[in-house]
Design a binder for this molecule. Structure first.
Ligand SMILES: CCCCCCCCCCCCCCCCC/C=C/C(=O)SCCNC(=O)CCNC(=O)[C@H](O)C(C)(C)COP(=O)(O)OP(=O)(O)OC[C@H]1O[C@@H](n2cnc3c(N)ncnc32)[C@H](O)[C@@H]1OP(=O)(O)O
Ligand SMILES: Cc1cc2nc3c(=O)[nH]c(=O)nc-3n(C[C@H](O)[C@H](O)[C@H](O)COP(=O)(O)OP(=O)(O)OC[C@H]3O[C@@H](n4cnc5c(N)ncnc54)[C@H](O)[C@@H]3O)c2cc1C
Length: 665
C-alpha cells in the first residue's frame, strides 16, 4: 500500500495541469480522446493479452500474432473505425507483425510509385486484405547499397512480360518483414533489363503465394530467416527469404509512375528525379521518428514511476529510506531522457508536417525540397533511434535488478526497438548522407548561394564562424537565443572544418572517405541543432493549461544543456564557448533537474499510457510494484511444478552419486 501512496504523493506535487499536458503531447484534444478510446478498447480485450508473450515458442508467438491481427481487423470492420482509429488500435496491440509492412510499406509503395491505373487496381485489394503485401528490397548480399541489388527483371517483348530472377545466392531477398509466412504479394525491387540494357533498380508487384491455399507459386522459393535477438520481441515478425527462378509477371506490374517500359520494350523515364524511387523509405523514416518518441517515452515512464517507488539507503532512526528518484545521479541520467522523449515528439510532429508539405510540392512537380526531406528524415531517423535504443538500456539499468526481468517490459522493448538503428537505413549510412549534403551546402556558400530550410543558418557563416557566446551566468543559459547561437556555431564550424580538411585531400571522394568519422559527428551536430530549434519553436507557441508552457520550457532547456554538456568537447574545440561557460551550463542543468523533480511522475502520466500498453509491472500507474512482481514470478512455466522436470533424470542421480561418494569416504 505504501507504494500506491507514494505515487499519489508524487502526483500531488506537480505544478502543472496534467490533462492539458496530455493535449500538448498528443497534439490536440481530439487526439487525446481517440488515443484514449483505442488504448482502452485494446486493453479490455482478452485476445490482445500480451503478458505471456516472452514465454511462447516461436511457432506459438507467430500464431498469436496472426490471431491478434485477424481479431484487430475484425474489430476495425465491426466498429467501422476510421483510418486514424485503426492505426492507433494496431499501435496499441503492440506486437510487430506482417500488417506493419502491409500498411506501412506495401501500400505506400504502390501509392507513391504506381500509376493511377495501378493504384486503382491494387489498392482496393490491399485495403480489404484480399491480398497481403510486403516490401522486398534488401538481399542477402546488399541492403544499404540499393544500387548493388542483383535480382533481375528482364523484359520479354514476345510475351509482354517481365522475367523475375535471382541469379546468385546473394541475390536472395533477405529480411523483408511479412515475407516469410504471411504475404501473398510483394513489391520487389530488381534491376530492370530491356533491349539488352540494365536501367537499374525499379519496383515490381509480384504475386508470391496462391490465394487459394497459400502455397508458393511455381518458381518461387520462400521461408522465414530464423529467430532474432531476445525472447518474444521482433520474433513475432516473419522476416523472410525469397528466391525467383524465372518467374513471369505481366508488364503492367512494373510500378510505372516514375518510368515506363512500352509494349515494344522501350524504356521511358518521366521527367522526375530518380530518387523518388526511394520515396517509401523517406515516408517510413519520418514515421520512425514519431515511433522513437513512443518507445522512449514508454521506457522513461517505467523508469520514472519505478524510481519514485523504489527506496534504498538513507533511513535515519527507522525513518523512511530515500526514493531512488531523489538521488542526483538518478536524476542526471533519467531527466535528460524524459526531456528527449518530449523533444523527439515535437520534432516528429514537425517532420510529419515537412513530409506532407514536400509530398504536396512533389504532386505539383516542384522537386526543390526533396533534398531537405531526405536530409531531415535520414538524419532524424538516425539520431532519434540511436538515442532511443541506448536510452531503453539505460532505463533498464536505472531500474536496477528488477529491470532485467521480462516482467519489467524493458528487455522486450529493447529487443524490439534496437533493430530500428539498422532497418530503413543503417544509421551510419544515413548520417553520411546528411554529411554529404552538408558538404555540398558548405561548398556552395562561397558562390553566394543562400541555403534554405534547416540549412538556412549556414547563410550566417561570417557571423557564426567568429561569434563568441555572451553567457556570463548560469541563468544566461536559459535564454533560447544563447542556446540557439551556440548550437548553430558548433554545427557550422564542425561542417566547415570537415570541408577544409576534405579540400586538402587528393580528391573530394578520398577526402570524404578519410574524414568520415568527423563527418558523422558534424552530421549529428546539425541534427541536434534541428531538434533543439524545433523544441524552442514549440515552446514559443501559445500553449494552454496551467504551468504547461513552463514545464516544456524547462524540458527544452534540459534537453539543450544536456546535449551541450555531453558534447562539451565539440563546443570547446570549435571555440563556440569557453570552459567557464561550459561549467555554467552544467550548473544550470543541475538547477533544472531540481525543477523537474516534483513534476517527474506527472510528466510521464501525460503520455497517457495504459498499463496494458506499458506492459511493465515496474511502470504500473498505481505504483503497487512489489505484489505485482511477486505474483508475476509464479506465472513462469518453470513454477508450474514444484519439483522441476529433469529432476529424476539429472539432479537426483547427481546428488545421489555425490552422496554415495561421500559415504564411501
Ligand atoms: C514491447 C514490444 C513492442 C514495442 C514496439 C515499440 C517500437 C516501435 C517499433 C516501430 C515499428 C515500425 C515498423 C518498421 C518496420 C521496419 C521495416 C523495415 C524495412 C526496411 O528496412 S526496407 C529497406 C530499407 N533500406 C534502406 O533504407 C537502404 C538504405 N540505402 C539507401 O537509402 C540508399 O542506397 C543510399 C541513400 C544510402 C545511397 O543511395 P544511392 O547510391 O542511390 O545514392 P547516392 O548516395 O549516390 O546519392 C545520389 C543522390 O540521391 C540523393 N538521395 C539519396 N537518397 C535519397 C532519398 N531517399 N530521397 C531523396 N534523395 C535521395 C542523394 O542525396 C544524392 O543527391 P545528389 O544531389 O546527387 O548529391
Ligand atoms: C528487423 C529488420 C527488419 C527489416 N525489414 C526489412 C523489410 O521489410 N524490407 C527490406 O527490404 N529490408 C528490411 N530490412 C533490411 C534492412 O533495411 C537492412 O538490414 C539495412 O538497410 C542495413 O543494410 P545491411 O544489412 O546491408 O547493412 P550493411 O550495409 O551491410 O552494414 C554493415 C556495417 O557496414 C557499415 N557500412 C555500410 N556501408 C557503409 C558506408 N558506405 N560507409 C560506412 N559504413 C558503412 C554499416 O554502418 C554497418 O556497421 C530489415 C532489417 C531488420 C534488421
Amino acid at each position: 500500500m505504501a507504494e500506491v501512496d507514494h505515487l499519489a504523493a508524487e502526483r500531488a506535487t506537480a505544478r502543472f495541469d496534467v490533462e492539458e499536458m496530455k493535449v500538448a503531447w498528443a497534439g490536440s484534444r481530439h487526439a487525446v480522446h481517440v488515443a484514449d478510446r483505442m488504448a482502452r478498447l485494446v486493453a479490455s480485450d482478452p485476445v490482445f493479452r500480451k503478458d505471456n508473450r516472452t514465454m511462447l515458442s516461436r511457432k506459438e508467438l507467430f500464431k498469436d500474432t496472426l490471431r491478434k491481427a485477424a481479431h484487430a481487423w475484425k474489430r476495425i470492420v465491426e466498429l467501422r473505425l476510421t483510418e486514424e482509429e485503426a492505426d492507433l488500435l494496431r499501435q496499441y496491440v503492440d506486437q510487430p507483425g506482417y500488417v506493419d509492412l502491409h500498411w506501412g510499406m506495401f501500400v505506400p509503395a504502390i501509392k507513391g510509385q504506381g500509376t493511377e491505373e495501378q493504384q486503382h487496381k491494387w489498392l482496393p485489394l490491399a485495403y480489404k486484405f484480399q491480398i497481403i503485401g510486403c516490401y522486398a528490397q534488401t538481399e542477402l548480399g546488399h541492403g544499404s547499397n540499393v544500387q548493388g541489388l542483383e535480382t533481375t527483371a528482364t523484359f520479354d517483348p514476345k510475351t509482354d512480360e517481365f522475367v523475375i530472377h535471382s541469379p546468385t545466392l546473394t541475390s536472395s531477398k533477405w529480411w523483408p518483414g511479412g515475407l516469410g509466412k504471411a504475404s501473398t504479394h510483394a513489391v520487389v525491387y530488381a534491376r530492370l533489363i530491356t533491349e539488352g540494357k540494365d536501367y537499374g533498380i525499379h519496383g515490381f508487384i509480384v504475386q508470391l503465394r496462391s490465394l487459394e491455399d497459400h502455397s508458393p507459386l511455381p518458381g518461387v522459393t520462400l521461408g522465414d530467416i530464423g529467430g532474432k535477438f531476445g525472447s518474444g520481441a521482433y520474433n513475432s515478425m516473419d522476416n523472410g527469404v525469397l528466391r525467383f527462378d524465372h518467374v513471369r509477371i505481366p508488364r503492367d506490374q512494373m510500378l510505372m509512375r516514375l518510368s515506363q517500359v512500352t509494349r515494344e520494350g522501350k524504356y521511358v523515364h518521366s521527367n522526375v528525379p530518380k530518387q523518388l524511387l526511394y520515396g517509401t523509405m523517406v515516408y517510413v523514416r519520418q514515421s520512425i521518428v514519431a515511433d522513437a518518441s513512443k518507445a522512449l517515452s514508454r521506457a522513461v515512464c517505467i523508469a520514472v514511476r519505478y524510481s519514485a517507488v523504489r527506496k534504498q539507503f538513507g533511513s535515519q532512526d527507522g525513518g523512511p529510506e530515500t526514493q531512488v528518484l531523489n538521488y542526483k545521479t538518478q536524476q542526471s541520467r533519467l531527466f535528460p531522457l524524459l526531456a528527449s522523449a518530449y523533444a523527439f515528439r515535437f520534432v516528429g510532429d514537425w517532420l510529419n508536417w515537412l513530409y506532407t508539405d514536400v509530398t504536396q510540392k512533389l504532386e505539383a512537380k516542384d522537386f526543390s525540397t526533396l533534398q531537405e526531406a531526405h536530409a531531415c528524415t535520414a538524419g532524424l531517423k538516425a539520431v532519434t533511434t540511436s538515442v532511443t535504443a541506448d536510452a531503453i538500456e539505460e532505463c533498464r539499468k536505472l531500474c536496477g535488478g528488477h529491470g532485467y526481468l521480462n516482467s519489467s517490459g524493458l528487455p522486450e522493448l529493447f529487443a524490439v526497438y534496437v533493430p530500428a538503428c539498422t532497418y530503413e537505413g543503417d544509421n551510419v549510412v544515413l548520417l553520411l548522407q546528411v554529411a554529404r549534403i552538408l558538404m555540398k551546402t558548405v561548398s556552395q556558400l562561397a558562390s553566394g548561394k543562400q541555403p534554405v530550410g534547416t540549412m538556412a543558418y549556414m547563410g550566417k557563416v561570417q557571423y557564426l564562424m567568429q561569434c563568441k557566446s555572451a553567457v556570463s551566468s548560469a541563468e544566461d543559459w536559459l535564454n533560447p537565443d544563447a542556446i540557439q547561437e551556440a548550437f548553430e556555431a558548433r554545427a557550422l564550424r564542425m561542417a566547415v572544418n570537415c570541408a577544409q580538411n576534405i579540400s586538402q585531400a587528393a580528391s573530394q571522394e578520398e577526402g570524404f572517405y578519410e574524414r568520415s568519422p568527423d563527418l558523422l559527428e558534424a552530421a549529428v551536430a546539425h541534427i541536434q541543432l534541428i531538434i533543439v530549434t524545433k523544441f524552442i519553436e514549440k515552446v514559443h507557441q501559445e500553449i494552454p493549461g496551467h504551468g504547461v508552457k513552463e514545464q516544456l520550457q524547462a524540458l527544452c532547456n534540459v534537453y539543450a544543456l544536456y546535449i551541450l554538456h555531453k558534447h562539451l568537447g565539440d563546443f570547446l574545440a570549435t571555440g563556440c564557448i569557453t570552459p567557464r561557460q561550459g561549467a555554467l551550463a552544467n550548473e544550470q542543468l543541475g538547477k533544472l533537474y531540481a525543477q523537474v523533480r516534483p513534476n517527474a511522475v506527472a510528466l510521464v502520466d501525460a503520455f497517457n499510457y495504459t498499463d496494458h500498453y506499458l506492459g511493465s509491472v515496474l511502470g504500473r500507474y498505481d505504483g503497487d510494484v512489489y505484489p505485482a512482481l511477486y505474483e508475476e514470478a509464479w506465472k513462469d512455466p518453470l513454477n508450474e511444478t514444484v519439483v522441476p522436470e529433469g529432476y529424476h533424470e539429472y539432479l537426483r542421480p547427481l546428488i545421489k552419486q555425490q552422496q554415495l561418494k561421500l559415504s564411501r569416504l
